[in-house]
Design a protein around this ligand. Structure first.
Ligand code: DON
Length: 427
């Protein structure tokens, strides 16, 4: 069966193989020395199975795809408030290397443009640039699930030609946004841009984000889930530079591109994608990479704002199980919208029962909002002179050791609950 998915990837890649639009980045001389035909595509499932097509083992420099990862690391290590004090989260609509800060706050507009990325580097704790870089290097490697290497030629080339980044770093230092020596910060930034990855590394790094910070290959938690959410948010709004609006409309996945020719894209909870093809469009995004992602999204239905089957499927069945006893069977993943539907339906029916039996046996997952709403439902019903019973054999809504806290009447099977309700109504 896996061949089927392999065939999709091979076909989508083959559709772009003759595309030769765009040009290699040449503002850093070493970047122009790669084979323009290199073309790799990798997709990791959220449980870590990787499909590869084409040059998926070919290494290239990560470049700006480093930015969301260093931002995540800074958030993880010093916390969101400290990071927010130095870097905004507003799209800039400007080129990646714009020498700019926010007019009012005098901080970089977001961490995906160079100004914000350089500021993020300076926020990574460490006794000096080597220690800071070691942390960054270890972190990228933990996300990829293997030790990544550095391309020293690209690093030298970046350093030799990085005057624009120097202008940005010194400007930030003048506004008090950078801690430490701007040249030290830049050295770490140039090194992080020169880390070598393959499209498969990117797919694995993306899958780690898709899994909320758990690397599905190694099973290690490498990022806190809240940090992942913030990082993905910034990737959605700022990840593809001034082409972000186009990207979100057409592809609909949090993503980040780099001038090395890579693109990383994440479908939260589902999968991670890495693509490599070094010819870039005018905005610095891989031409074939963007096209492949557009086609993957439309052909495999990956847009994160596609409205899937609605929460109407939450209420699986509603029926009377005896005089004054009404049963609500709930299924699937129960989030706010589903819980709201359950509450509203039970409320609407109120005149029809003395005991409402809520059966969550078939609920797969539930979040805190929905849990709070369902336990609150019982309080409301008792206040109205009714009873609410819960059938919750796996402790999804009310964990077994917390029945007392919630004052809940919990049963293991629907039969037990209905029998208890019959006795109550008879008594
Ligand atoms: O800052 C630079 O110039 C590069 N080393 C990284 C820039 C980059 O990848 C921009 N991306 N599209």
């Amino acid at each position: 069966m896996a061949e089927l998915v392999q065939q999709y990837l091979d076909r989508i890649r083959a559709e772009q193989i003759d595309t030769r639009d765009g040009a290699l980045a040449n503002y850093i001389p070493e970047l122009a020395n790669v084979d323009p035909e290199g073309f790799g595509l990798s997709l990791s499932s959220s449980d870590g199975y990787v499909y590869e097509s084409g040059d998926a083992a070919l290494e290239f420099t990560i470049q700006s795809i480093s930015k969301p990862f260093t931002y995540a690391l800074a958030l993880d290590l010093i916390g969101q408030d400290a990071v927010d004090a130095r870097i905004g989260v507003e799209p800039s609509g400007e080129a990646f290397n714009e020498i700019s800060v926010d007019d009012v706050t005098k901080t970089p507009k977001n961490p995906m443009i160079n100004a914000g990325a350089i500021a993020a580097v300076s926020l990574v704790p460490g006794a000096g640039p080597d220690e800071q870089f070691d942390r960054i290097h270890d972190f990228y490697s933990a996300c990829a699930g293997r030790r990544l290497e550095i391309d020293m030629d690209v690093y030298d080339s970046e350093k030799a030609t990085g005057n624009r980044n120097r202008a940005i770093a010194y400007m930030l230092a003048s506004f008090g946004v950078l801690d430490g020596d701007p040249d030290d910060v830049l050295d770490v930034y140039f090194r992080q841009c020169s880390v070598k990855v393959t499209s498969t590394d990117l797919a694995r790094m993306a899958a780690t984000l898709a899994r909320g910070g758990l690397n599905p290959l190694t099973g290690r938690r490498v990022i806190d889930a809240h940090v992942v959410r913030r990082t993905l948010s910034v990737m959605v709004t700022c990840g593809m530079y001034d082409a972000t609006g186009d990207w979100v409309s057409a592809v609909g996945m949090p993503a980040k591109s780099g001038v090395g020719g890579g693109i990383v894209a994440v479908l939260p909870g589902q999968l991670g994608i890495g693509v490599y093809s070094p010819r870039l469009d005018a905005r610095g995004n891989s031409v074939r990479g963007v096209q492949v992602c557009r086609n993957l999204s439309s052909q495999l239905g990956l847009h994160f704002l596609s409205v899937t089957r609605e929460s109407s499927s939450t209420l699986r069945a509603v029926f009377d199980a005896g005089p004054g006893i009404r049963v609500y069977e709930v299924q699937g993943d129960l989030l706010f919208a589903g819980a709201e539907q359950v509450l509203r339906t039970a409320d609407h029916d109120r005149g029809r029962y003395d005991v409402a039996v809520l059966d969550v046996t078939r609920v797969d997952d539930i979040n805190d909002a929905a849990r709070g709403m369902l336990t609150g439902m019982r309080a409301n019903l008792t206040a109205a002179g009714k009873e609410a019973y819960l059938v919750d054999p796996d402790g999804r809504v009310v964990p077994a050791d917390r029945h007392d806290d919630y004052d809940a009447i919990v049963f293991r099977t629907l039969d037990e609950a209905v029998n208890a309700a019959l006795r109550r109504c008879a008594g």
